[in-house]
Design a protein around this ligand. Structure first.
Ligand code: SF4
Length: 290
């Protein structure tokens, strides 16, 4: 396979055929993200993509994921050709997924998103990180809550599953409470099919890491992060069923619950962990290595 650089994929795509369609991320500005630093965004040659699809098609995958950072930015014609080829070579494929940022979703018309859905695009993974405007500005996310809401509505209206991620700790100690509250509220308004809370990791090649080293950014401690998680869930009033998880490798306490039905269960669990403040209940640091 012609894989260039770091290939990342959502945990739920662990058993998917991974086809690298773009290299890097078209935005590549987020202060916490080191995945594609120093790598220029480019679209791979269609013949190389098809060669990889041919190679991977020998293994009978049920799902496919098109990497890297922001595949939805591609023109629909290109995406339809790639998705069509994946399905032609793999008639058994049940779902095709991509990462997308808010801008790339907004740029698509409702009709284009419907075309992609009909062609086989089944799920879009979108990084939200925070629901607080000031924090989003600081981390250079390139999108604000109003546009995020608009993008979520567009994806859902097209019948494509929406999976969103947020980052515990990204507001630092100073904005921890407001980050958790606003993020929970925003997730509630958007009501994605899936929502995951990851914990911010301080990666040496990032601006956030430099801010942390200089003392400008201070990360909440383990229990501070769990407080955030609790506040987030408390404020998340979903309008439709949402599978909420915090089982990413970066997290201290893995959770998995359907909201709103199981909200009370996880709230009770978090209250208990926060009351006991017993570190042996949390994932040890060495298991959080990504
Ligand atoms: S949009 Fe995603 S991949 Fe791109 S820099 Fe931000 S976090 Fe990283």
């Amino acid at each position: 396979m012609d894989y260039i650089g770091n290939i990342i994929r959502p945990p739920s795509e662990a058993y998917s055929m991974i086809i690298q369609v773009t290299v890097g991320c078209s935005h590549n500005m987020c202060t916490f993200c080191g995945t594609y630093k120093g790598r220029k965004f480019k679209v791979k040659d269609i013949d190389v993509i098809k060669r990889d699809i041919n190679e991977a098609s020998r293994y009978g995958y049920n799902r496919a994921f098109l990497a890297d950072g922001d595949v939805l930015i591609l023109p629909n014609q290109t995406l339809l050709e790639i998705i069509g080829y994946v399905r032609k070579r793999n008639p058994q494929i049940e779902r095709i997924g991509v990462y997308a940022n808010t801008k790339s979703i907004i740029r698509k018309t409702a009709e284009e998103l419907r075309e992609l859905k009909e062609a086989g695009l089944g799920i879009v993974y979108q990084g939200i990180e925070s629901g607080n405007t000031e924090i989003l500005r600081k981390i250079k996310k390139g999108a604000f809550p109003d546009r995020m809401i608009e993008s979520a509505e567009k994806v859902k209206a097209a019948g494509i599953l929406l999976s969103q991620t947020v980052l515990l700790g990204i507001g630092g100690i100073e904005s921890s409470g407001i980050h958790a509250r606003d993020t929970g509220k925003l997730l509630g308004v958007m009501s994605p099919d899936f929502a995951s809370a990851l914990t911010v990791m301080l990666l040496p090649n990032t601006e956030l890491y430099r801010d942390w080293r200089s003392g400008k950014f201070r990360l909440p401690d383990k229990f501070g992060l769990l407080e955030e998680l609790r506040t987030m869930i408390e404020n998340m009033h979903v309008r439709s069923r949402c599978l909420f998880t915090s089982n990413h490798a970066s997290n201290y306490l893995p959770l998995r619950a359907y909201l709103p039905d199981e909200k009370e269960n996880i709230r009770t669990l978090l209250d208990e962990v926060l009351r006991l403040k017993d570190e042996s209940l949390l994932k040890p640091e060495y298991l959080r290595a990504l």
